[in-house]
Design a protein around this ligand. Structure first.
Ligand code: FEO
Length: 404
């Protein structure tokens, strides 16, 4: 796809990755895009590059607008592989360019490339770059989501280039929010934002709130938010800030995600009465079987619901492997403001439910004790107990939800 103009003399020159379905373990059913931007002025600036495999595409897009040899400045907002691994290909065509990068970014970039051959300028929050009639201003955003991360504001055009923040894994010919919404829907876009936030930004809620406050305090007017993945926000850029603040403040649906796996369908047989109990309490429920669902989707569903019940059979006195793997993944994302519980079947001796509660404790999650275990296969009596377990848990979720 050719370059797309955001505003006069400001172009998207990135690449669409329609085919990717596994983005370092993250399920991407809509593919993704690697966005980078070219700004024409007396001196020409490139903001970010793309994943190595797409170097030819961004170079072609740049050449479609300008001779790359005329690029004087290359701003690197983030050094993860999907944004810098074509930097040497671009720099080979722009030998006079200076790279602008945070201090931690430079230290990371040294692990990718020999920097001796390039001019590098380390920048910090508040530093500016004037290219003639336009001025860029840098704002460091460490741990949003890597230590090196920063965003760049283009004053005259009121564009905030945000690297991964405010992105979504979407490949679409419509490069802007209004175009995507017209082709699909606002709900599909919102779901993509929540998916991306849950799987990438969940641990960094406090930093998100701080940085949004800092940007608002700076008084920057923002017409366009231009992330490094997915669609560009021009219709209502304030809305994505609001969505992020809501998510960082722990916004969730009054519902329960039942996330489980099963060995001989005994734990699975507990699901129907448990979900009936949840519904009896007037709470919505969604059931996710782990070996039938990509981990990133199970993470998103956990994050969307105020409560989660984790179900696992006991295997060799410990948690079933797919459930243990999921919980490890979840722990790394440091979830907060969710109420959890656990259930499962066992044969010779329990173990899984206790281990899951230990994991909840490590995560610092609020849990409803003591969980529910069923010997071998649920009997009719056990099904009644499962129903009450689901109902009691959902009632506690309602109380918990009302605190937010
Ligand atoms: Fe899209 Fe943190 O890389």
């Amino acid at each position: 796809m050719k370059a797309v103009e955001l505003k006069k003399d400001v172009y998207w020159v990135g690449a669409l990755d329609w085919a990717v379905r596994d983005f370092h373990g993250y399920e991407t059913p809509r593919g993704t895009s690697y966005n980078n931007y070219l700004v024409l002025d007396d001196e020409i600036t490139l903001i970010d590059t793309v994943k190595y495999d797409f170097a030819d595409i961004t170079i072609k897009n740049i050449i479609g607008v300008v001779d790359p040899a005329r690029i004087k400045h290359v701003i690197i907002n983030h050094i993860e592989n999907d944004h810098v691994t074509s930097l040497d290909r671009v720099m080979a065509l722009a030998p006079d360019a200076t790279i602008y990068i945070s201090d931690k970014g430079k230290r990371g970039l040294e692990r990718f490339f020999d920097l001796e051959k390039w001019k590098i300028k380390v920048v910090k929050s508040g530093d500016t770059l004037c290219t003639g009639k336009k001025t860029f201003q840098f704002i460091e955003t460490p741990m949003l989501h890597w230590p090196d991360s920063m965003v760049t504001y283009l004053h005259e055009d009121k564009i905030l280039f945000t690297q991964d923040a405010f992105g979504q894994h979407i490949a679409s010919s419509g490069r802007f929010d209004d175009e995507f919404i017209a082709e699909y829907s606002e709900a599909v876009l919102e779901d993509a934002v929540v998916d991306y936030y849950a799987n990438i930004l969940m641990p960094f809620g406090q930093m998100i709130k701080m940085k949004i406050a800092e940007i608002e305090k700076s008084g920057f007017e923002i017409d366009i938010v231009a992330p490094d993945h997915g669609i560009i926000w021009r219709q209502n850029p304030g809305k994505v800030f609001k969505t992020y603040l809501d998510l960082a403040n722990g916004k969730a649906n009054l519902s329960v995600a039942v996330i489980y796996d099963t060995m001989w369908q005994s734990t699975e047989k507990m699901i129907v009465p448990i979900t009936e109990g949840i519904r009896e309490a007037g709470v919505g429920v969604k059931v996710i079987k782990l070996r039938a669902t990509p981990t990133s989707i199970a993470i998103k569903e956990f994050w969307k619901a105020r409560g989660a019940l984790i179900g696992s059979p006991t295997l060799n006195n410990i948690t079933y492997p797919s459930v243990a793997e999921y919980l490890t993944h979840l722990r790394g994302l440091r979830p907060k403001n969710r109420l959890v519980g656990a259930f499962g079947s066992y044969g010779w001796g329990g173990g899984a439910v206790k281990e899951i509660y230990d994991e909840f404790k490590r995560m610092g999650l609020d849990a409803v004790d003591p969980g529910l275990q069923v010997l071998y296969k649920p009997s009719r009596k056990d099904e009644e107990i499962c129903f009450e377990f689901g109902k009691n848990f959902a009632e506690k979720v309602i109380e918990y939800h009302n605190k937010f």
